[in-house]
Design a protein around this ligand. Structure first.
Ligand SMILES: *Cc1c(COP(=O)(O)O)cnc(C)c1O
Length: 349
């Protein structure tokens, strides 16, 4: 194993990668951050070149899925700075996810420091401005010691891996078609509000089935009454009313998307729009003029059609005008062409 010392920094040269044609996949980068939790405390943490993890066969994560994660991006702004977007909120959310699964807290300040360190070490993999590509950052934590009786692990590992990913929309944002799923994603008082692998494991069957039936994604209903819209497997929903108001579903079992929370603030403070978080009923979605999915990956992905067992609700074949404004404003803030609210842009130096 070889540990990063920081000496190579001066000779930073971008990797020879066809940035614009990258997909969303794993491409191994040079460094990752690793910190171990043992005897009730986290160690200092370090960068390593070793991309593999050796675990005991009975590790908590393997037996009982004790793992949580985050997702954010680093990218190059117009003036050539490498930045991340609101990483403190990812750190805060990871704290909440960990607490819900009885895992130790990795403090959010240390989290932000570790993100910066990892991005800095992988600077050569941060795509240039204008390429549309970004460096995807995946912090995660898991129970690492043997656990066979059902209980939380005593030892944990926190890691941050990075991988360059291509532009989300190649050749324009084409609206997607989503279906109302017959499967449920999250129970009331369950784990829908935390970013845990377990929420994704059980969504895999639904997503494979949706793709088989020709849909891009599933939209899940509230499990208790199946009358309210919640979210898709990996993105929150955003609706625009005919009179230009932004509406986003409110529920305790929705993952609190940082993109969605930022867009609501952008709607109010930059665009002068009314924005409301409230329960959204399945039988009212035909009343909306526009719909989009929001999350780190795409910022906003326009929804062209929601199919509810034969009932089709159409929002058009192009990104709607208000969705477009929200998209352009937030991506402008991220890329440094529009002034950001205090604390939103975190520079890697
Ligand atoms: C990560 C995630 C989102 C999007 O959150 P962002 O912070 O905007 O990236 C939405 N829904 C689910 C279920 C998620 O896991």
């Amino acid at each position: 194993m070889w540990f990063y010392t920081g000496e190579e920094r001066n000779s930073m040269e971008k990797k020879n990668i066809d940035w614009a044609n990258l997909g969303f996949g794993y491409l191994q980068t040079d460094y990752r951050f690793v910190s171990n939790y043992k005897n009730g405390a986290w160690d200092e943490g370090t960068l390593t070149t070793d991309a593999n993890i050796v675990l005991n066969e009975c590790a908590g994560v393997l037996q009982y899925a004790q793992t949580v994660f985050e997702g954010l991006k680093a990218y190059t702004t117009k003036d050539g700075k490498i930045v991340t977007f609101r990483p403190d909120l990812n750190g805060e959310r990871l704290e909440q996810s960990a607490a819900r699964l009885e895992m130790p807290i990795y403090p959010k300040d240390k989290f932000v420091e570790a993100v910066k360190k990892t991005v800095k070490a992988n600077e050569a993999f941060v795509p240039p401005y204008g390429s549309g590509a970004t460096l995807y950052i995946r912090p995660y934590m898991f129970g690492s010691n043997p656990v066979i009786g059902v209980k939380p692990a005593d030892e944990y590992q926190f890691r941050i891996l990075t991988t360059p990913v291509g532009p989300y929309f190649k050749g324009g944002a084409k609206p997607i078609t989503i279906r109302v799923s017959d499967f449920d994603r999250a129970a009331p008082h369950g784990t829908g509000h935390i970013k845990a692998g377990l929420n994704y494991a059980m969504s895999l069957h639904a997503i494979v089935d949706a793709h088989k039936q020709g849909y891009d994604e599933n939209v899940y209903l509230d499990a208790a009454t199946r009358t309210r819209i919640e979210e898709t497997g990996g993105a929150n929903l955003l609706f625009i009313t005919k009179d230009g108001k932004v509406v986003t579903p409110k529920s305790d079992s929705i993952l609190p998307s940082i993109t969605r929370r930022s867009l609501i603030q952008v709607a109010k403070e930059y665009l002068g729009l009314e924005a409301e978080e409230r329960p959204v009923y399945l039988d009212e979605i035909g009343e909306f003029a526009e719909c989009g999915l929001c999350g780190t990956a795409a910022v906003i992905s326009p929804v062209g059609k929601i199919v509810d067992h034969g009932r089709e609700i159409c929002y058009g074949t192009e990104m709607g005008p208000i969705t477009r404004k929200l998209y352009d404003t937030l991506t402008g803030i991220q890329m440094g062409t529009i002034k950001a609210p205090e604390g939103w842009i975190c520079e890697i130096d």
